[in-house]
Design a protein around this ligand. Structure first.
Ligand code: F6R
Length: 261
């Protein structure tokens, strides 16, 4: 795992978007794993800008989102399909047939989950997986006690997640209780992943995820097992980390980051 600390949330999002852009330029057929949530809005805004101003080309890119609510139609403003259309898909030259999210309206959810896994496999796996982190420590919707080898499945949401995400549904009572999510095992199979966390409210969970012991109570700790995982944080989200001098030194000296310093 490598930790990159940027001064501001905007700079952290800029670096994350630049990593994604570099991967797309290096492989126009990239299979890109995507996340939603407030943190990612800045990343998508920057990618849209790169598409418009720097000709970043999404024509051959395939995307797989981490998760979708169960029982929420795609036209609903709270659905993740709606979010993706608003923030990215509707603003760049991506083919909609190449954009995949789990179908939370499927009549047979277990079959939908199995098919989602095979769609990923049939495209050779996810090359680069973008991740956020919830205050419960989830990645995707892998809430506490998600098996570290779990696959795409239906998962009940914790009260903390319901509180965190309910504004999009007009309050906790209207908020769905279940979601389909890629499993922790599915995420760990991505060739590379990049987790972005910004703001002081993520500081405590980031310290646990990065420097704490691996536990299924905090799914993000499983990323310590990933062979190529980058965690990008702003100063606020880094504020509870203990080894920041070391992380900064690695960033300044690692050849891979030369273009980003
Ligand atoms: C959603 C997802 C979640 C979010 C997390 C953080 O697709 O993967 O794990 O990344 O809940 O959300 P924000 O950015 O709203 O704090």
């Amino acid at each position: 795992m490598e930790i990159v600390i940027r001064t501001t949330a905007e700079a952290a999002a800029e670096l994350t978007a630049s990593v994604i852009a570099r991967e797309i330029r290096g492989n126009p057929h990239l299979v890109l794993g995507l996340a939603t949530g407030r943190t990612m809005e800045a990343v998508y805004r920057i990618l849209v800008r790169k598409h418009r101003e720097e000709r970043l080309d999404f024509a051959e890119v395939t995307t797989f989102n981490l998760d979708e609510y169960v029982g929420v139609p795609r036209e609903h403003p709270g659905s993740y399909r709606y979010y993706m259309n608003e923030h990215l898909f509707g603003r760049v030259n991506i083919e909609s047939a190449r954009t995949f999210l789990p179908n939370g309206m499927a009549s047979d959810i277990p079959t939908e989950c199995r098919q989602y896994e095979s769609r990923i496999r049939n495209r050779g796996g996810v090359n680069l997986q973008l991740l956020g982190i919830g205050r419960s420590g989830h990645i995707g919707f892998n809430e506490p006690l998600s098996a570290l080898r779990s696959r795409t499945r239906e998962k009940p949401l914790t009260p903390k997640t319901i509180e965190q995400n309910s504004p999009m549904f007009g309050g906790p009572d209207q908020m769905p209780r279940w979601a389909i999510t890629m499993g922790v095992g599915t995420i760990l199979e991505s060739h590379r992943c990049i987790l972005l966390a910004t703001g002081a409210e993520k500081a405590e969970i980031i310290a646990k995820a990065v420097e704490g012991p691996i536990t299924s109570m905090i799914s993000a700790t499983a990323l310590q097992l990933h062979p190529h995982c980058t965690v990008v944080v702003d100063e606020a989200a880094a504020s509870h980390l203990e080894q920041t001098d070391y992380y900064r030194w690695v960033f300044e000296n690692e050849r891979d980051w030369a273009d980003f310093r």
